[in-house]
Ligand binder design. Structure first.
Ligand code: NG1
Length: 391
């Protein structure tokens, strides 16, 4: 049964009626610009055809009651209880509910009304796989409260509130890329975002090129610590480089030439981290013209370079991601392959000639399984539209 129908059925069994509304908010895949959103860089994600769905109705109760189908758990919270991260009965909020509760908190901080709702939700975005399942949950709940709250925010404003929820309520110091892609996705287009000015444009992907997502089935562990350490290394690099370049505010402000001239002043680890960021931002600058010209071969080469840089300089890859990328790059029809998202597990993204995409997916799965004894999930994805009210 399709996920939406299942949710409506479960809603009826749980709350005794059909849901008034259904929203959808997608996950995302990032093609280039990895670990640069928090360095004011440029990113090139696309919303994907996997998403979080919520079936919901307003209620007169003083608290919202949410059923998370994927966890088979319920949580109830009110505007007062979210401030103490507790449920209506004073017990602590379960981990999964921190995302919707964080959204409620961020909306209250912005002075927006958050009427109580009964909701049932589920997602087919794999968790911890680098496809932004958390942003899709945040963007779905933002839209649900917008539907009930009598206010309207443009998608980028919703993305910023989702990021605030994740940074300040959940406690992950992420950049804006994931929430942006989930809120602003456009069918069949890649999204090029300037993470400093928040200006963005869309770029088409040629019709004869497919985005293939390959899930290693390895789930990342202990990443928020590693993620925050990488952020700290970037901030340390900026502070040290400011001694010679007082005008810089972020690694975005340094050219590759300037960096090469001054790199010797940085301690080795900080130097490797910063080099990845400076060169990756340069790659995304080049990508725009290449994609506009339809030069997928060169763009794919930049994706391959990005993987090497994430593996050797930023040191956020893992053996399974490297195996998946190495195999992909050796297969016919593959323009470029790299891992996507924060790293340490999860998915790779591959640009493949559409006529070869099925063969490619099959060969990739077989060879990866033979090499690692792990069973991967591989699917041909396409760029989808952003969060929307379906009913
Ligand atoms: P994922 O892989 O979705 O956790 C994380 C950050 C992004 C970005 C990428 C690396 C979160 C929620 N998001 O993405 O902001 O920095 O890593 O490019 O942590």
């Amino acid at each position: 049964m399709p996920l939406i129908d299942r949710l409506a059925t479960i809603y009826r069994q749980t709350f005794g009626d059909f849901p008034a509304h259904i929203v959808r908010a997608p996950g995302r895949v990032n093609l280039l610009g990895e670990h640069v959103d928090y360095n004011d860089g440029f990113v090139l994600p696309a919303a994907i055809d996997r998403a979080t769905y919520i079936a919901f109705s307003p209620t007169n109760a003083s608290h919202s009651t949410l059923l998370a189908v994927d966890f088979d758990q319920r949580a109830s919270f009110s505007p007062a209880s979210v401030r103490t991260k507790t449920q209506a009965d004073s017990s602590p909020l379960p981990d999964w509910s921190l995302y919707p509760a964080g959204v409620m908190w961020a909306l209250m901080e912005a002075g927006l009304s958050v009427p109580s709702m009964n909701a049932v939700f589920a997602s087919d975005v794999p968790r911890g796989a680098g496809l932004s399942s958390s942003a899709s949950v945040e963007m779905a709940f933002l839209l649900a409260w917008q539907t009930l709250g009598g206010w309207t925010l443009p998608p980028m404003q919703r993305a910023l509130l989702g990021q605030k929820a994740e940074n300040q309520y959940v406690g992950v110091n992420c950049g804006i890329m994931d929430q942006f892609a989930s809120a602003c996705g456009v069918e069949d287009r890649l999204l090029l975002l300037d993470c400093r000015s928040l200006e963005w444009k869309t770029i088409p992907l040629p019709k004869d090129v497919s985005i293939v997502i390959a899930d290693t089935s390895v789930r990342r562990k202990l990443t928020s610590g590693e993620y925050n350490q990488r952020r700290a290394a970037c901030e340390a690099a900026v502070r040290l480089l400011q001694q010679d370049l007082p005008h810089i505010q972020a690694l975005r402000d340094i050219s590759v030439e300037e960096f090469n001239r001054l790199a010797g002043k940085l301690p080795p680890e900080v130097r490797r981290r910063a080099r990845h960021v400076v060169e990756e931002i340069e790659r995304t600058r080049q990508a725009e013209a290449l994609l506009e010209a339809g030069n997928i071969r060169e763009f794919g080469r930049l994706m391959n370079e990005c993987h090497v840089s994430l593996r050797d300089l930023y040191e956020v890859s893992c053996p399974e991601l490297n195996a998946m990328v190495d195999i992909a790059q050796s297969l016919e029809g593959c323009y470029g392959a790299r891992f996507t998202g924060a790293g340490f597990g999860g998915c790779t993204v591959n640009l493949v000639a559409s006529e070869k995409a099925h063969e490619f997916s099959q060969a990739l799965a077989e060879r990866y399984e033979a090499e690692t004894s792990l069973h991967p999930e591989i699917y041909i994805s396409h760029a989808s539209s952003g969060a929307a009210l379906l009913k």
